[in-house]
Design a protein around this ligand. Structure first.
Ligand code: NAI
Ligand code: MG
Length: 489
């Protein structure tokens, strides 16, 4: 077992590492062998109260943070990005230990996160209002002002990217934050927080409180002094937060939730290339990806050949110790392992044709074989519900109009992809599919400049890009009376 040094296991409030008020701790588990890695301080309502108070104080009008120029906020974020790159190998290894993703991928995600931070660093002094020719004798303009104290509730599938998706735009806009990392993966949020301290971001601007959802997470979302919550996770919890949290103080809510994204392959596609792309779409991060392309629709002319190829690629996929050069490590925890195995069982019992995988791998750790079902029907559980594991469903279709209706027949609308060389088919698909991101002959192409988020029950609001920063500002309209008479002075 690879030894990774763990330096931070406490809460971070007002620039200090502290125990929780209750002194309670919770274990974080190694998904490779189901052992306890370390105990982490367990935050609850009393700790959230302290963290929110620190964030509120740091947001007060004469605070060190509020007095900084916007460009200085940007410079602090540039420094943070450099430290992420500096420590990428360590942070990646720590992530692999806690989360189980292959170490090469984990390190790449740290560099990716550094670039996200750089994008928002550059935005800090470019958040512009408008001058507006309003009716009446007034000079009018808008100011884009920070929304205030922001809560971020994180998932476990991309812990470092999700941390910076919440923190970087908030800081660029001049907000202060309280972050509640996922209970499965608290360690890297704390390690990145140590870099925030090293950069010299003022006390109270970033606070991090590990703990569970119904306790720490709920306390943060209901807190009357929190102005905004940004949440990534399940649609179930997202709905709960959206309906319950604003009832307290009308706080702003952005949600990045689940998906059941379609990837549609037309007859003219190169079968080998299309099958590789569809494989990556379904299996990247072990299928633990909100935009995973888990419904692979294949046109009837190439269906049989495609299924054979997809099965072959899945059987070749390397699964094992994530500290070695594999494509897939274990699933994140016992709950997700059981949930995914339950869906595989439902696929078998529901009449889908199993062409690859279908079982756990080994008998220790949360490893699951890359699994492919063919002849999946739209009404099957595995075609309707988010599985969040290494399971691809292949469905056959005949015509364009039919497949667009079927692709859209979902309560989700996060991502969608199409593989074809016919520009009319590609653009008609782009036009008619109901999803927040649509990819043509590529899948899951994300970039800090591109807004990301969902239609329908996949979420509310967008992260990244210009839209991403606008979720962290309020629009203040100013009208200044102009002199009505000639000035004497
Ligand atoms: P979850 O939605 O329960 O957890 C996400 C975050 O919300 C965690 O930090 C958790 O502690 C917190 N949370 C849970 N209950 C809360 C509450 N009542 N109030 C405030 N915060 C709360 O997701 P979970 O249980 O980890 O996974 C369940 C399913 O969610 C997965 O099977 C998958 O389908 C989906 N999911 C989607 C993600 C995405 O990227 N959109 C990421 C993780 C999970
Ligand atoms: Mg949950």
């Amino acid at each position: 077992m690879v030894k990774v040094d763990i330096k931070y296991t406490k809460l971070f409030i007002n620039n200090e590492w502290v125990d929780s008020v209750s002194k309670k701790t919770f274990p974080t588990i190694n998904p490779q062998d189901e052992t306890v890695i370390v105990q982490v301080a367990e935050g609850d309502k009393a700790d959230i109260d302290l963290a929110v108070a620190a964030a509120k104080k740091a947001f007060y009008r004469y605070s060190e943070w509020r007095k900084l120029d916007a460009s200085q906020r940007g410079h602090l974020l540039y420094k943070l990005a450099d430290l992420l790159d500096r420590d990428a190998d360590y942070l990646g290894e720590l992530e692999t230990l806690d989360c189980g993703k292959p170490v090469k991928q984990a390190i790449a995600e740290v560099h990716w996160s550094a670039n996200v931070v750089r994008y928002f660093a550059g935005k800090a002094d470019k958040i512009l209002g408008n001058t507006i020719p309003a009716d009446g004798e007034v000079l009018s303009f808008t100011l884009k002002e920070p929304v205030g104290v922001c809560g971020g509730i994180l998932p476990w599938n991309y812990p470092i990217p999700m941390f910076v998706y919440k923190v970087a735009p908030a800081l660029a806009a001049g907000c202060t934050v309280v972050i509640k990392p996922a209970e499965q993966t608290p360690l890297t949020a704390l390690a990145v927080t140590a870099l925030i301290k090293e950069v010299g971001i003022p006390a109270g601007v970033v606070n991090v409180v590990p703990g569970y959802g119904p306790t720490a997470g709920a306390a943060l979302s209901y807190h009357p002094d929190v102005d905004k919550i940004a949440f990534t996770g399940s649609t179930e919890v997202g709905k709960l937060i959206l309906t319950a949290a604003p009832a307290v103080n009308l706080k702003r809510i952005t949600l990045e939730l689940g998906g059941k994204s379609p990837l549609v392959v037309f007859n003219d596609a190169d079968i080998d290339e299309a099958a590789e792309l569809a494989h990556k779409a379904a299996f990247s991060n072990g299928g633990q990806c909100c935009v995973a392309g888990t419904r692979t629709y294949v046109q009837s002319g190439i269906y049989d050949k495609f299924v054979a190829k997809a099965a072959e690629i899945a059987k070749r996929r390397t699964v094992g110790n994530p500290f070695t050069d594999v494509q897939q490590g274990p699933q994140v925890d016992s709950d997700m392992f059981a949930k995914v195995m339950g869906y595989i069982d439902a696929g078998k019992k529901g009449g889908a044709r199993l062409v690859a995988g279908g079982d756990r791998q080994g008998n220790k750790g949360y490893y699951i074989q890359p699994t492919v079902f063919a002849d999946v029907q739209d009404n099957m559980k595995i075609a309707r519900e988010e599985i969040f594991g290494p399971v691809q469903s292949i469905l056959k279709f005949d015509t364009f109009e039919e497949v667009v209706d079927r692709a859209n027949d979902s309560n989700y609308g996060l991502g969608a992809g199409v593989i074809t060389n016919d520009i009319n088919i590609a653009l008609a698909f782009v036009r008619h599919v109901r999803a927040g991101s649509v990819w043509v002959n590529v899948y899951e192409h994300v970039s800090p400049q591109l807004p990301f988020g969902g239609f329908k029950e996949s979420g509310l609001g967008r992260e990244m890009g210009e839209d991403g920063i606008l979720q962290y500002v309020e629009n203040k309209t100013v009208a200044v009376s102009l002199p009505k008479k000639p000035l004497q002075k």
